[in-house]
Ligand binder design. Structure first.
Ligand SMILES: Cc1ncc(COP(=O)(O)O)c(C=O)c1O
Length: 395
């Protein structure tokens, strides 16, 4: 197994990082600054997935009966080490959306019970809870995240302030999609635990962008996608369930579970055989973890954060606006998020795409227009400067 590289790499040294540009196949006629919405898989990962799929398709019996479970066990073990928990607390799922749905359908809730979310919950997460509320009579309540972040305690107090005697579960994003903010998940989960309230963390932006250590985080449930910042194949995610809740997991599909049915003991074993399907995506996850372990996870994070801070500096100067939180206090990772100057910027995203092939999201939040720039190893300072130049012409 590859371990964390010891040598610290200078995140600003372009000569060093240039070699990683070729580890991805990004369409060369576009400037892709939106890894946060849809990630791009590493070449080595796609290659491994393709080899496995070829093997599967050429001799399915041998693959499924003799190779599949050992490879899946290995992949799950590697993922468990990466996210700081035991393999039996994890199951592979297609994506965070799938994992969050399992939580919605597992936590025992009765009419009158309350589930608390933030006003910046991911749209699909909000929808799944709204459906649950319609079906069961549970009540949803929402806290609004601050427009200006002053301290961790401010955010913790705000979320805890929304909890009352009926609140059974709090659902929040580890990294908020709409604002790129990294929330103080460990402190929030600890405070909820003291009040006997369950925590469910929606974390698809977190693995790799930040150092996720699930046992230390102390949440009850955590769902993530690995096709975002870890650059694993599309269709890879995991659901973490704290050991005390094993019994309550209501997996949506019942198949064979394990090849040897007598070995199915737990919820996560139910997820191994969900009928005949292509699971080679998940089997290629270790390749992605090893790739970043070779660079050094922290080295990679520092590089992505350096690129994001370049974007933040340049756009902040150009717009004359400030981000809602201070990057130096650890509120952001690989994404920069800034308010545009006052005005209607509803056409800006399309213009940048149609006229310059720059892919960057621009959206409205709380009555103001924002831009979110995502940076990964295939991005360069030149691309950020290009974006800044093109914005300057239009602002
Ligand atoms: C906070 C958050 N939750 C959930 C999702 C859904 O992730 P996926 O589409 O991989 O299921 C996203 C996607 O961007 C997200 O940002």
């Amino acid at each position: 197994m590859t371990t964390e590289a010891k040598t610290e790499l200078d995140p600003t040294n372009e000569n060093h990082w240039a070699k990683y540009l070729h580890e991805f196949r990004v369409r060369s006629d576009t400037v892709y600054l939106n890894h946060g919405s849809f990630g791009i898989a590493l070449n080595c990962v796609r290659h491994r997935r393709d080899l496995l799929l070829r093997d599967l398709e050429m001799q399915p019996m041998d693959f499924y009966l003799r190779k599949y479970e050992p490879l899946l066990t290995k992949a799950r073990q590697r993922l468990a080490e990466f996210v700081g928990t035991e393999a039996e607390n994890l199951a592979f799922v297609d994506n965070a959306t799938y994992g969050m749905n399992v939580v919605v359908n597992s936590v025992p809730l009765a009419e009158g019970d309350e589930v608390l979310l933030t006003d910046q919950a991911y749209g699909a997460v909000r929808r799944m809870w709204e459906k649950k509320a319609r079906e069961t009579g549970i009540k949803l309540s929402f806290v609004s995240l601050p427009e200006k972040i002053e301290s961790k305690q401010q955010v913790i107090d705000l979320i805890l302030g929304g909890v009352n005697s009926k609140t059974k579960l709090v659902v929040f994003s580890h990294i908020v999609s709409a604002s790129a903010l990294i929330l103080p998940a460990k402190e929030i989960c600890a405070a909820l635990r003291k009040k006997n309230v369950l925590s469910c963390v929606d974390g698809p932006h977190a693995p790799l962008q930040i150092d996720v250590k699930l046992n230390q985080l102390g949440c009850d449930f955590y769902a993530a996608s690995l096709h975002k910042w870890l650059c694993a194949p599309l269709g890879t995610g995991f659901l973490f369930v704290r050991a005390d809740h094993r019994e309550i997991v209501n997996a949506p599909i019942t198949g064979w579970g394990r090849l040897d049915v007598s070995d199915v003991n737990d919820w996560e074993e139910e997820q191994i055989w969900l009928g005949t399907r292509n699971q080679t995506n998940c089997l290629a996850i270790p390749e992605a973890i090893d790739f970043f372990a070779d660079i050094g996870f922290e080295n990679a994070r520092q590089r992505l954060s350096h690129l994001a801070s370049l974007a933040e500096q340049q756009l902040s100067e150009l717009f004359g606006t400030e981000p809602i939180a201070d990057r130096s206090d650890g509120w952001y990772g690989s994404m920069a998020h800034l308010p545009l100057p006052e005005g209607d910027w509803s056409k800006l995203q399309d213009e940048l795409w149609v006229q310059e092939a720059i892919e960057v999201p621009v959206w409205e939040l709380n009555g103001r227009w924002w831009i979110r720039v995502s940076c990964h190893l295939y991005n360069t300072p030149d691309q950020i400067e290009f974006l800044a130049r093109e914005l300057k012409i239009r602002i």
